[in-house]
Design a protein around this ligand. Structure first.
Ligand code: XIL
Length: 521
Protein backbone atom coordinates (compact mmCIF):
# COMPACT_ATOMS: atom_id res chain seq x y z
CA UNK A 1 0.00 0.00 0.00
CA UNK A 2 2.73 2.38 0.96
CA UNK A 3 4.65 1.62 -2.21
CA UNK A 4 1.58 2.26 -4.27
CA UNK A 5 1.10 5.68 -2.76
CA UNK A 6 4.72 6.61 -3.37
CA UNK A 7 4.44 5.42 -6.95
CA UNK A 8 1.33 7.48 -7.44
CA UNK A 9 3.00 10.60 -6.09
CA UNK A 10 5.96 10.17 -8.40
CA UNK A 11 3.66 9.67 -11.35
CA UNK A 12 1.69 12.80 -10.54
CA UNK A 13 4.85 14.85 -10.07
CA UNK A 14 6.22 13.70 -13.37
CA UNK A 15 2.96 14.38 -15.17
CA UNK A 16 2.83 17.86 -13.68
CA UNK A 17 6.29 18.73 -14.87
CA UNK A 18 5.40 17.48 -18.36
CA UNK A 19 2.27 19.55 -18.26
CA UNK A 20 4.28 22.67 -17.64
CA UNK A 21 6.73 22.17 -20.46
CA UNK A 22 4.93 20.45 -23.30
CA UNK A 23 3.54 22.72 -25.95
CA UNK A 24 0.82 21.88 -28.40
CA UNK A 25 0.37 23.43 -31.83
CA UNK A 26 -1.81 26.17 -30.33
CA UNK A 27 1.10 27.13 -28.08
CA UNK A 28 3.78 26.84 -30.76
CA UNK A 29 1.74 29.11 -33.04
CA UNK A 30 0.24 31.33 -30.36
CA UNK A 31 2.04 34.42 -31.66
CA UNK A 32 0.68 33.78 -35.18
CA UNK A 33 -2.91 32.54 -35.22
CA UNK A 34 -5.35 30.08 -33.69
CA UNK A 35 -4.55 26.45 -34.50
CA UNK A 36 -7.69 24.40 -34.75
CA UNK A 37 -9.25 21.09 -35.63
CA UNK A 38 -12.68 19.51 -35.91
CA UNK A 39 -14.87 17.40 -33.68
CA UNK A 40 -17.89 15.31 -34.59
CA UNK A 41 -20.54 13.42 -32.67
CA UNK A 42 -18.20 10.47 -32.30
CA UNK A 43 -14.83 12.05 -31.55
CA UNK A 44 -16.33 14.39 -28.99
CA UNK A 45 -17.18 11.33 -26.92
CA UNK A 46 -13.72 9.78 -27.29
CA UNK A 47 -11.41 10.50 -24.35
CA UNK A 48 -8.23 10.13 -26.39
CA UNK A 49 -9.46 12.64 -28.97
CA UNK A 50 -10.48 15.13 -26.32
CA UNK A 51 -7.03 14.80 -24.77
CA UNK A 52 -5.38 15.66 -28.08
CA UNK A 53 -7.73 18.58 -28.67
CA UNK A 54 -7.11 20.06 -25.23
CA UNK A 55 -3.36 19.74 -25.67
CA UNK A 56 -3.07 20.95 -29.26
CA UNK A 57 -5.93 23.10 -30.49
CA UNK A 58 -7.70 26.34 -29.63
CA UNK A 59 -10.34 26.40 -32.33
CA UNK A 60 -12.98 23.76 -33.04
CA UNK A 61 -15.26 23.38 -36.04
CA UNK A 62 -18.13 20.88 -35.77
CA UNK A 63 -17.51 18.63 -38.78
CA UNK A 64 -21.14 18.01 -39.80
CA UNK A 65 -23.29 18.92 -36.83
CA UNK A 66 -24.15 22.52 -37.72
CA UNK A 67 -24.88 21.88 -41.38
CA UNK A 68 -28.39 22.49 -42.72
CA UNK A 69 -29.24 18.78 -42.93
CA UNK A 70 -28.47 18.44 -39.23
CA UNK A 71 -30.24 21.57 -38.09
CA UNK A 72 -33.29 22.39 -40.24
CA UNK A 73 -36.49 20.69 -39.12
CA UNK A 74 -39.32 20.36 -41.63
CA UNK A 75 -42.03 19.66 -39.12
CA UNK A 76 -43.59 22.89 -37.92
CA UNK A 77 -41.55 25.10 -40.23
CA UNK A 78 -43.20 27.97 -42.05
CA UNK A 79 -41.77 30.43 -44.54
CA UNK A 80 -41.48 33.01 -41.77
CA UNK A 81 -40.28 30.70 -39.04
CA UNK A 82 -37.94 27.86 -39.94
CA UNK A 83 -37.57 25.36 -37.11
CA UNK A 84 -34.03 24.51 -36.09
CA UNK A 85 -32.45 22.01 -33.72
CA UNK A 86 -29.10 21.00 -32.31
CA UNK A 87 -28.61 17.24 -32.42
CA UNK A 88 -26.78 15.33 -29.69
CA UNK A 89 -23.46 15.63 -31.47
CA UNK A 90 -23.79 19.38 -31.82
CA UNK A 91 -24.76 19.71 -28.18
CA UNK A 92 -21.80 17.63 -27.00
CA UNK A 93 -19.34 19.61 -29.11
CA UNK A 94 -20.63 23.03 -28.16
CA UNK A 95 -20.82 22.06 -24.48
CA UNK A 96 -17.24 20.75 -24.57
CA UNK A 97 -16.03 23.96 -26.20
CA UNK A 98 -17.94 26.19 -23.80
CA UNK A 99 -16.70 24.23 -20.77
CA UNK A 100 -13.10 24.38 -21.93
CA UNK A 101 -13.25 27.90 -23.36
CA UNK A 102 -12.29 26.70 -26.83
CA UNK A 103 -13.32 29.16 -29.57
CA UNK A 104 -15.70 27.72 -32.19
CA UNK A 105 -15.95 28.21 -35.97
CA UNK A 106 -19.56 27.66 -37.04
CA UNK A 107 -19.95 25.68 -40.26
CA UNK A 108 -22.14 26.31 -42.29
CA UNK A 109 -25.42 28.11 -43.11
CA UNK A 110 -25.89 28.39 -46.88
CA UNK A 111 -24.54 25.51 -48.95
CA UNK A 112 -25.66 23.49 -51.97
CA UNK A 113 -24.59 20.26 -50.26
CA UNK A 114 -25.85 18.57 -47.08
CA UNK A 115 -28.99 20.69 -47.34
CA UNK A 116 -32.35 18.96 -47.74
CA UNK A 117 -33.98 19.57 -51.09
CA UNK A 118 -37.33 20.06 -49.38
CA UNK A 119 -35.97 23.26 -47.86
CA UNK A 120 -36.42 24.79 -51.31
CA UNK A 121 -39.90 23.40 -51.95
CA UNK A 122 -43.39 24.44 -50.91
CA UNK A 123 -44.66 22.90 -47.72
CA UNK A 124 -41.12 21.77 -46.83
CA UNK A 125 -41.86 18.54 -48.68
CA UNK A 126 -39.93 16.79 -51.46
CA UNK A 127 -43.01 16.76 -53.66
CA UNK A 128 -43.63 20.51 -53.40
CA UNK A 129 -42.86 23.02 -56.15
CA UNK A 130 -39.64 25.00 -55.99
CA UNK A 131 -40.39 28.21 -54.09
CA UNK A 132 -39.85 31.75 -55.38
CA UNK A 133 -36.82 33.85 -54.50
CA UNK A 134 -39.06 36.05 -52.33
CA UNK A 135 -40.16 33.05 -50.27
CA UNK A 136 -36.60 31.74 -50.08
CA UNK A 137 -35.45 35.14 -48.79
CA UNK A 138 -37.80 34.72 -45.85
CA UNK A 139 -36.79 31.14 -45.19
CA UNK A 140 -33.10 31.97 -45.36
CA UNK A 141 -33.47 34.95 -43.04
CA UNK A 142 -35.46 32.92 -40.55
CA UNK A 143 -33.05 29.99 -40.65
CA UNK A 144 -30.03 32.21 -40.06
CA UNK A 145 -31.79 34.18 -37.34
CA UNK A 146 -32.99 31.07 -35.54
CA UNK A 147 -29.62 29.31 -35.73
CA UNK A 148 -27.75 32.17 -34.11
CA UNK A 149 -30.52 32.54 -31.51
CA UNK A 150 -30.53 28.83 -30.67
CA UNK A 151 -26.77 28.67 -30.22
CA UNK A 152 -26.75 31.82 -28.11
CA UNK A 153 -29.58 30.73 -25.86
CA UNK A 154 -28.20 27.20 -25.42
CA UNK A 155 -24.54 28.18 -24.89
CA UNK A 156 -24.49 31.77 -23.70
CA UNK A 157 -20.80 31.63 -22.79
CA UNK A 158 -19.61 30.00 -26.00
CA UNK A 159 -16.97 31.90 -27.93
CA UNK A 160 -18.48 31.62 -31.42
CA UNK A 161 -15.70 33.62 -32.99
CA UNK A 162 -16.33 32.88 -36.66
CA UNK A 163 -18.99 31.41 -38.94
CA UNK A 164 -18.94 30.14 -42.52
CA UNK A 165 -22.03 31.94 -43.78
CA UNK A 166 -21.84 30.69 -47.37
CA UNK A 167 -19.94 27.59 -48.42
CA UNK A 168 -18.72 26.57 -51.89
CA UNK A 169 -20.89 28.83 -54.05
CA UNK A 170 -18.41 29.05 -56.92
CA UNK A 171 -18.21 26.63 -59.81
CA UNK A 172 -14.80 25.30 -60.76
CA UNK A 173 -14.39 27.81 -63.56
CA UNK A 174 -15.69 30.75 -61.51
CA UNK A 175 -19.37 31.76 -61.43
CA UNK A 176 -22.56 30.28 -60.08
CA UNK A 177 -23.01 26.53 -59.86
CA UNK A 178 -25.40 24.79 -62.20
CA UNK A 179 -29.00 24.95 -61.01
CA UNK A 180 -30.44 21.71 -59.67
CA UNK A 181 -29.99 19.14 -56.94
CA UNK A 182 -27.14 16.70 -56.38
CA UNK A 183 -23.89 16.18 -58.31
CA UNK A 184 -22.54 19.56 -57.34
CA UNK A 185 -25.64 21.41 -58.53
CA UNK A 186 -27.24 24.05 -56.36
CA UNK A 187 -30.82 24.52 -55.35
CA UNK A 188 -29.86 28.03 -54.28
CA UNK A 189 -29.08 28.80 -57.91
CA UNK A 190 -32.25 26.97 -58.94
CA UNK A 191 -34.29 29.40 -56.84
CA UNK A 192 -32.33 32.61 -57.40
CA UNK A 193 -31.11 31.90 -60.98
CA UNK A 194 -27.73 33.36 -60.06
CA UNK A 195 -25.48 33.93 -57.03
CA UNK A 196 -27.47 36.84 -55.63
CA UNK A 197 -28.36 34.72 -52.59
CA UNK A 198 -24.82 35.15 -51.31
CA UNK A 199 -25.17 38.83 -50.44
CA UNK A 200 -28.56 38.17 -48.89
CA UNK A 201 -27.10 35.46 -46.69
CA UNK A 202 -24.38 37.79 -45.45
CA UNK A 203 -26.89 40.58 -44.90
CA UNK A 204 -28.98 38.35 -42.66
CA UNK A 205 -25.94 36.91 -40.92
CA UNK A 206 -24.64 40.39 -40.15
CA UNK A 207 -28.03 41.29 -38.75
CA UNK A 208 -28.36 38.30 -36.43
CA UNK A 209 -24.87 37.06 -35.60
CA UNK A 210 -23.23 38.14 -32.35
CA UNK A 211 -21.07 41.21 -32.92
CA UNK A 212 -18.03 39.14 -31.96
CA UNK A 213 -18.65 36.50 -34.65
CA UNK A 214 -16.59 37.10 -37.78
CA UNK A 215 -18.42 36.20 -40.99
CA UNK A 216 -16.65 34.09 -43.62
CA UNK A 217 -17.08 32.96 -47.19
CA UNK A 218 -15.56 29.46 -47.47
CA UNK A 219 -14.55 27.46 -50.56
CA UNK A 220 -12.26 24.74 -51.93
CA UNK A 221 -9.92 24.73 -54.94
CA UNK A 222 -9.69 28.35 -53.90
CA UNK A 223 -6.15 28.61 -55.27
CA UNK A 224 -7.00 27.70 -58.87
CA UNK A 225 -6.85 30.84 -60.97
CA UNK A 226 -10.32 31.17 -62.48
CA UNK A 227 -12.14 30.14 -59.32
CA UNK A 228 -9.81 32.16 -57.11
CA UNK A 229 -10.31 35.34 -59.11
CA UNK A 230 -14.08 34.95 -59.20
CA UNK A 231 -14.21 34.40 -55.43
CA UNK A 232 -11.90 37.35 -54.80
CA UNK A 233 -13.43 39.86 -57.21
CA UNK A 234 -17.10 38.89 -57.28
CA UNK A 235 -17.74 37.59 -53.79
CA UNK A 236 -15.21 38.63 -51.15
CA UNK A 237 -14.31 42.11 -52.39
CA UNK A 238 -17.83 43.54 -52.80
CA UNK A 239 -19.07 41.99 -49.57
CA UNK A 240 -16.09 43.35 -47.68
CA UNK A 241 -16.69 46.80 -49.15
CA UNK A 242 -20.30 46.66 -47.98
CA UNK A 243 -19.21 45.69 -44.48
CA UNK A 244 -20.97 42.35 -44.65
CA UNK A 245 -17.98 40.00 -44.68
CA UNK A 246 -14.93 39.71 -42.45
CA UNK A 247 -12.97 36.87 -43.89
CA UNK A 248 -12.11 34.31 -46.54
CA UNK A 249 -12.03 30.66 -45.62
CA UNK A 250 -9.49 28.78 -47.70
CA UNK A 251 -10.57 25.19 -47.21
CA UNK A 252 -7.23 23.82 -48.41
CA UNK A 253 -7.98 20.20 -49.21
CA UNK A 254 -4.58 19.62 -50.75
CA UNK A 255 -2.81 16.71 -52.38
CA UNK A 256 0.82 15.80 -51.93
CA UNK A 257 0.67 13.34 -54.82
CA UNK A 258 3.91 11.74 -53.82
CA UNK A 259 5.85 10.47 -56.77
CA UNK A 260 5.28 13.67 -58.69
CA UNK A 261 4.80 17.31 -57.92
CA UNK A 262 2.36 18.24 -55.21
CA UNK A 263 -0.79 20.04 -56.19
CA UNK A 264 -1.27 22.82 -55.68
CA UNK A 265 2.35 23.86 -55.64
CA UNK A 266 3.12 25.90 -52.54
CA UNK A 267 3.79 28.83 -54.87
CA UNK A 268 0.31 28.66 -56.41
CA UNK A 269 -1.19 28.35 -52.94
CA UNK A 270 0.83 31.33 -51.72
CA UNK A 271 -0.34 33.43 -54.66
CA UNK A 272 -3.94 32.83 -53.62
CA UNK A 273 -3.17 33.88 -50.07
CA UNK A 274 -1.71 37.13 -51.37
CA UNK A 275 -4.74 37.85 -53.52
CA UNK A 276 -7.20 37.36 -50.67
CA UNK A 277 -4.99 39.24 -48.25
CA UNK A 278 -4.84 42.22 -50.59
CA UNK A 279 -8.62 42.55 -50.23
CA UNK A 280 -8.07 43.50 -46.60
CA UNK A 281 -9.94 40.54 -45.14
CA UNK A 282 -8.95 38.01 -42.52
CA UNK A 283 -8.00 34.61 -43.85
CA UNK A 284 -8.73 31.30 -42.19
CA UNK A 285 -7.17 28.15 -43.54
CA UNK A 286 -10.38 26.43 -42.62
CA UNK A 287 -10.14 22.73 -43.54
CA UNK A 288 -6.50 21.83 -44.07
CA UNK A 289 -5.53 18.31 -45.08
CA UNK A 290 -2.99 16.98 -47.57
CA UNK A 291 -3.46 13.50 -48.97
CA UNK A 292 -0.82 11.09 -50.17
CA UNK A 293 -1.53 8.95 -53.22
CA UNK A 294 -2.17 5.81 -51.25
CA UNK A 295 -1.84 4.63 -47.71
CA UNK A 296 1.89 3.88 -47.98
CA UNK A 297 3.56 5.42 -44.94
CA UNK A 298 6.87 5.81 -46.74
CA UNK A 299 5.24 8.89 -48.25
CA UNK A 300 4.91 10.57 -44.88
CA UNK A 301 8.26 12.31 -45.32
CA UNK A 302 7.17 13.93 -48.57
CA UNK A 303 3.90 14.84 -46.93
CA UNK A 304 5.80 16.48 -44.08
CA UNK A 305 7.85 18.57 -46.49
CA UNK A 306 4.68 19.64 -48.27
CA UNK A 307 2.99 20.67 -45.01
CA UNK A 308 6.13 22.66 -44.15
CA UNK A 309 6.18 24.40 -47.52
CA UNK A 310 2.49 25.23 -47.35
CA UNK A 311 2.89 26.57 -43.82
CA UNK A 312 5.79 28.71 -44.97
CA UNK A 313 3.48 30.29 -47.54
CA UNK A 314 0.89 30.87 -44.84
CA UNK A 315 3.46 32.53 -42.58
CA UNK A 316 5.28 34.62 -45.16
CA UNK A 317 2.51 35.57 -47.60
CA UNK A 318 -0.34 35.59 -45.13
CA UNK A 319 1.32 37.23 -42.16
CA UNK A 320 -1.14 38.85 -39.81
CA UNK A 321 -4.03 38.36 -42.24
CA UNK A 322 -4.10 34.68 -41.26
CA UNK A 323 -6.03 34.45 -38.02
CA UNK A 324 -6.72 30.71 -37.84
CA UNK A 325 -5.41 27.47 -39.34
CA UNK A 326 -7.79 24.57 -38.86
CA UNK A 327 -6.89 20.97 -39.75
CA UNK A 328 -9.81 18.86 -41.00
CA UNK A 329 -9.48 15.88 -38.71
CA UNK A 330 -7.38 14.70 -35.81
CA UNK A 331 -6.16 11.22 -36.76
CA UNK A 332 -5.72 9.73 -40.22
CA UNK A 333 -8.27 7.00 -39.57
CA UNK A 334 -10.93 9.62 -38.84
CA UNK A 335 -10.41 11.72 -41.93
CA UNK A 336 -13.11 12.00 -44.56
CA UNK A 337 -10.23 11.14 -46.94
CA UNK A 338 -8.79 8.47 -44.65
CA UNK A 339 -7.60 6.13 -47.41
CA UNK A 340 -4.94 8.70 -48.21
CA UNK A 341 -3.87 9.57 -44.66
CA UNK A 342 -3.87 13.33 -44.91
CA UNK A 343 -3.57 14.46 -41.27
CA UNK A 344 -1.01 15.27 -38.56
CA UNK A 345 -1.60 12.28 -36.25
CA UNK A 346 -1.62 8.62 -37.23
CA UNK A 347 -4.34 6.14 -36.35
CA UNK A 348 -2.72 5.56 -32.95
CA UNK A 349 -2.68 9.23 -32.09
CA UNK A 350 1.08 9.55 -32.58
CA UNK A 351 2.52 12.68 -34.12
CA UNK A 352 3.50 12.24 -37.75
CA UNK A 353 6.50 13.79 -39.45
CA UNK A 354 4.21 16.52 -40.76
CA UNK A 355 3.38 17.52 -37.20
CA UNK A 356 7.04 17.81 -36.28
CA UNK A 357 7.82 19.91 -39.36
CA UNK A 358 5.13 22.39 -38.33
CA UNK A 359 6.61 22.62 -34.84
CA UNK A 360 10.13 23.05 -36.23
CA UNK A 361 9.09 26.13 -38.22
CA UNK A 362 8.60 28.31 -35.17
CA UNK A 363 11.57 29.20 -32.95
CA UNK A 364 10.88 28.14 -29.39
CA UNK A 365 11.40 31.70 -28.23
CA UNK A 366 8.15 32.56 -30.04
CA UNK A 367 6.12 29.81 -28.43
CA UNK A 368 3.43 30.65 -25.93
CA UNK A 369 3.22 29.12 -22.51
CA UNK A 370 1.67 25.66 -22.74
CA UNK A 371 -1.97 25.82 -21.87
CA UNK A 372 -2.12 29.58 -22.00
CA UNK A 373 -4.69 29.48 -24.78
CA UNK A 374 -7.09 27.32 -22.89
CA UNK A 375 -8.28 27.10 -19.35
CA UNK A 376 -8.17 23.32 -19.56
CA UNK A 377 -5.67 21.21 -17.75
CA UNK A 378 -2.97 20.10 -20.11
CA UNK A 379 -2.41 16.41 -20.50
CA UNK A 380 1.24 15.39 -20.90
CA UNK A 381 2.37 14.74 -24.40
CA UNK A 382 3.69 11.25 -25.06
CA UNK A 383 6.61 12.07 -27.31
CA UNK A 384 7.85 15.29 -28.68
CA UNK A 385 11.03 14.75 -30.55
CA UNK A 386 10.50 17.98 -32.38
CA UNK A 387 13.26 20.45 -31.81
CA UNK A 388 12.54 24.04 -32.59
CA UNK A 389 14.57 25.31 -35.44
CA UNK A 390 16.65 28.40 -35.00
CA UNK A 391 16.33 29.20 -38.65
CA UNK A 392 13.86 31.68 -39.98
CA UNK A 393 10.76 30.76 -41.90
CA UNK A 394 12.03 31.52 -45.33
CA UNK A 395 9.96 30.17 -48.17
CA UNK A 396 11.51 27.10 -49.59
CA UNK A 397 11.04 26.11 -53.15
CA UNK A 398 9.18 22.90 -53.48
CA UNK A 399 8.64 22.54 -57.16
CA UNK A 400 11.93 21.37 -58.38
CA UNK A 401 11.09 18.39 -60.48
CA UNK A 402 12.19 18.60 -64.06
CA UNK A 403 9.71 18.03 -66.80
CA UNK A 404 11.12 14.65 -67.66
CA UNK A 405 11.12 13.37 -64.12
CA UNK A 406 7.63 14.73 -63.67
CA UNK A 407 6.35 12.71 -66.55
CA UNK A 408 8.28 9.64 -65.54
CA UNK A 409 7.14 9.67 -61.97
CA UNK A 410 3.62 10.26 -63.05
CA UNK A 411 3.67 7.13 -65.13
CA UNK A 412 5.19 5.01 -62.44
CA UNK A 413 2.60 6.23 -59.96
CA UNK A 414 -0.17 5.60 -62.38
CA UNK A 415 0.84 1.99 -62.76
CA UNK A 416 0.69 1.36 -59.05
CA UNK A 417 -2.36 3.39 -58.27
CA UNK A 418 -5.62 1.58 -57.96
CA UNK A 419 -7.57 4.59 -59.15
CA UNK A 420 -5.61 4.70 -62.36
CA UNK A 421 -5.27 1.01 -62.94
CA UNK A 422 -6.01 1.22 -66.60
CA UNK A 423 -3.67 4.06 -67.24
CA UNK A 424 -0.28 2.48 -66.79
CA UNK A 425 0.37 1.38 -70.30
CA UNK A 426 -0.56 4.66 -71.90
CA UNK A 427 0.87 6.93 -69.29
CA UNK A 428 4.17 5.14 -69.24
CA UNK A 429 5.42 6.56 -72.51
CA UNK A 430 6.53 9.74 -70.94
CA UNK A 431 8.72 10.72 -73.84
CA UNK A 432 5.69 11.72 -75.83
CA UNK A 433 4.40 14.08 -73.21
CA UNK A 434 5.05 17.74 -73.72
CA UNK A 435 5.47 18.32 -70.08
CA UNK A 436 6.06 21.83 -68.88
CA UNK A 437 8.44 22.06 -66.01
CA UNK A 438 6.62 22.82 -62.84
CA UNK A 439 9.67 24.63 -61.55
CA UNK A 440 8.66 27.43 -63.86
CA UNK A 441 5.25 27.47 -62.33
CA UNK A 442 4.94 31.20 -61.96
CA UNK A 443 4.77 33.51 -64.91
CA UNK A 444 6.18 31.31 -67.58
CA UNK A 445 4.32 30.46 -70.69
CA UNK A 446 4.00 27.11 -72.32
CA UNK A 447 2.15 25.64 -75.21
CA UNK A 448 -0.64 24.77 -72.84
CA UNK A 449 -1.43 28.27 -71.89
CA UNK A 450 -1.78 29.29 -75.50
CA UNK A 451 -5.01 27.38 -75.64
CA UNK A 452 -6.12 28.18 -72.17
CA UNK A 453 -9.70 29.13 -71.70
CA UNK A 454 -11.95 29.35 -68.77
CA UNK A 455 -15.11 29.16 -70.76
CA UNK A 456 -16.98 25.98 -70.19
CA UNK A 457 -17.72 23.37 -72.79
CA UNK A 458 -15.12 24.64 -75.17
CA UNK A 459 -13.26 22.02 -77.11
CA UNK A 460 -9.54 22.38 -76.74
CA UNK A 461 -7.60 23.00 -79.88
CA UNK A 462 -5.04 20.36 -80.60
CA UNK A 463 -1.50 20.61 -81.79
CA UNK A 464 -1.09 16.88 -81.64
CA UNK A 465 -1.67 14.63 -84.58
CA UNK A 466 -2.17 11.84 -82.09
CA UNK A 467 -5.57 12.66 -80.72
CA UNK A 468 -6.95 9.90 -78.66
CA UNK A 469 -9.63 9.27 -76.19
CA UNK A 470 -8.53 10.25 -72.72
CA UNK A 471 -10.92 7.91 -71.00
CA UNK A 472 -8.59 4.92 -70.55
CA UNK A 473 -5.95 7.15 -69.04
CA UNK A 474 -8.30 8.44 -66.42
CA UNK A 475 -9.00 5.03 -64.99
CA UNK A 476 -11.66 3.98 -62.57
CA UNK A 477 -13.68 6.74 -61.07
CA UNK A 478 -12.48 9.44 -63.40
CA UNK A 479 -13.79 8.36 -66.77
CA UNK A 480 -15.42 11.09 -68.77
CA UNK A 481 -18.99 10.81 -69.82
CA UNK A 482 -20.19 13.06 -72.58
CA UNK A 483 -22.74 14.55 -70.23
CA UNK A 484 -20.09 15.37 -67.67
CA UNK A 485 -18.55 18.79 -67.45
CA UNK A 486 -15.01 18.55 -66.18
CA UNK A 487 -12.69 21.49 -65.96
CA UNK A 488 -9.08 20.86 -66.90
CA UNK A 489 -6.10 22.71 -65.61
CA UNK A 490 -2.60 22.83 -66.95
CA UNK A 491 0.13 21.80 -64.58
CA UNK A 492 0.50 25.48 -63.93
CA UNK A 493 -2.98 25.58 -62.52
CA UNK A 494 -4.49 27.48 -65.40
CA UNK A 495 -7.93 26.46 -66.57
CA UNK A 496 -7.94 24.93 -70.03
CA UNK A 497 -11.66 24.63 -70.44
CA UNK A 498 -13.99 21.77 -69.82
CA UNK A 499 -13.71 19.56 -72.81
CA UNK A 500 -11.80 16.42 -73.63
CA UNK A 501 -8.15 17.42 -73.60
CA UNK A 502 -7.00 16.57 -77.11
CA UNK A 503 -3.73 18.36 -76.74
CA UNK A 504 -0.69 16.42 -75.64
CA UNK A 505 0.70 17.31 -72.29
CA UNK A 506 0.28 16.91 -68.59
CA UNK A 507 -2.96 17.97 -67.02
CA UNK A 508 -4.28 18.38 -63.56
CA UNK A 509 -7.89 17.47 -63.14
CA UNK A 510 -9.68 18.62 -60.06
CA UNK A 511 -12.94 16.80 -59.67
CA UNK A 512 -14.64 18.06 -56.60
CA UNK A 513 -12.07 17.71 -53.85
CA UNK A 514 -9.99 15.13 -55.71
CA UNK A 515 -7.00 15.80 -57.84
CA UNK A 516 -5.60 13.67 -60.61
CA UNK A 517 -2.63 14.16 -62.83
CA UNK A 518 -2.90 12.71 -66.29
CA UNK A 519 -0.55 12.45 -69.22
CA UNK A 520 -2.09 12.88 -72.65
CA UNK A 521 0.00 11.87 -75.59
C1 XIL B 1 -17.19 16.72 -45.05
C2 XIL B 1 -17.14 15.90 -43.79
O1 XIL B 1 -15.81 15.85 -43.33
C3 XIL B 1 -17.67 14.52 -44.04
O2 XIL B 1 -17.81 13.80 -42.83
C4 XIL B 1 -19.04 14.59 -44.73
O3 XIL B 1 -19.46 13.30 -45.07
C5 XIL B 1 -18.97 15.45 -45.97
O4 XIL B 1 -18.47 16.74 -45.62
N1 XIL B 1 -15.87 20.95 -47.52
C6 XIL B 1 -16.61 21.31 -46.44
C7 XIL B 1 -16.84 20.35 -45.35
O5 XIL B 1 -16.98 22.47 -46.33
O6 XIL B 1 -18.09 20.52 -44.75
C8 XIL B 1 -16.75 18.93 -45.85
O7 XIL B 1 -16.85 18.06 -44.73
C9 XIL B 1 -15.45 18.73 -46.59
C10 XIL B 1 -15.37 19.63 -47.77
Amino acid sequence: MKINIVFLLVAVASATSFAQTTAGLKDVYSSKFKFGNILNGSTVNNAAMKTIVLREFNSITPENELKPDATIVASGSTDDNVKVQLNNGAKAILQFCQDNKIPVRGHTLVWHSQTPEWFFRTGFTSSGAVVSAAVMDKRMESYIKNMFALIKSSYPNLNLYAYDVVNEASSESGGPRTAGNGDGKSMWVQVYKDNSFIEKAFTYARKYAPATTKLFYNDYNEYIQAKRDYIANSIVKPLKQKGLLDGMGMQSHLDVRTGSDPYPSPTLYGQAITIYKNLGVEIHVSELDATINDGNESYFTGQATYYKNIMNQILTNGGSAITAVVVWGIQDDQSWRKARKPLLFNASGAKKAAYNELVNLIPQSDWGKPGSNSSSSIVPSSSSSAKPSSSSVAVSSSSKASSSSTAASSSSKASSSSTAASSSSKASSSSTATSPSSSSLANSSSSHTATSSSSSDETLSSSSSEEEDITPILGTGLSIQSSQSITYYSIKGEPLGSAKPQKAGIYIIKQGYSVKKIVVR
